[in-house]
Design a protein around this ligand. Structure first.
Ligand SMILES: [Zn+2]
Length: 151
């Protein structure tokens, strides 16, 4: 099991997000630089202590860590304890009902499936959901359950 924070909340859910960025956002720059830019938004603009997400997935399927999994994230209001936030780059202008393929790449689909499977090997995930399941938002820009990624 993965436990978060000093209260040791067991991690039982993965919540998917998008970065709400255009497909060519920071194209040609490293994923580390892209993660640093999102971290800067969260720290400087929102006043958080770190990037809100635990994982970030680039357009080419590369995966980079954000906030440590053992720390409570900042990605869904009132659902941060015991959840991990995965952010897919892209999704700018997406609607809640868009098919995954409209806003994200096949490499991202493969990467997020792989990452979910890998996390399930380390903690007892009972649910994979999307930000839109908890807030009136389009994020992540597809219905997680319908996409086949959800549970
Ligand atoms: Zn979100």
């Amino acid at each position: 099991m993965i436990y978060q924070g000093t209260a040791r909340y067991p991690v039982t859910e993965i919540i998917l997000h998008c970065a709400d960025t255009r497909p060519d956002w920071m194209a040609g720059q490293s994923l580390a630089d892209k993660v640093a830019e999102i971290r800067r938004w969260h720290v400087e603009q929102r006043g958080w202590r770190d990037i809100g997400y635990h994982w970030v997935i680039d357009r080419d399927g590369a995966v980079a860590p954000g906030r440590r999994e053992t720390e409570i994230g900042a990605h869904v209001e009132s659902h941060n304890r015991g959840t991990l936030g995965i952010c897919l780059l892209g999704g700018y202008g997406a609607s809640a009902d868009d098919p995954f393929e409209k806003n994200f790449t096949g490499a991202q689909a493969a990467a997020v499936k792989r990452l979910i499977g890998e996390i399930k090997g380390r903690t007892a995930i009972g649910r994979v959901s999307g930000h839109q399941d908890y807030a009136a938002k389009a994020c992540p820009g597809f219905r997680v359950r319908r996409s086949g990624l959800g549970t």
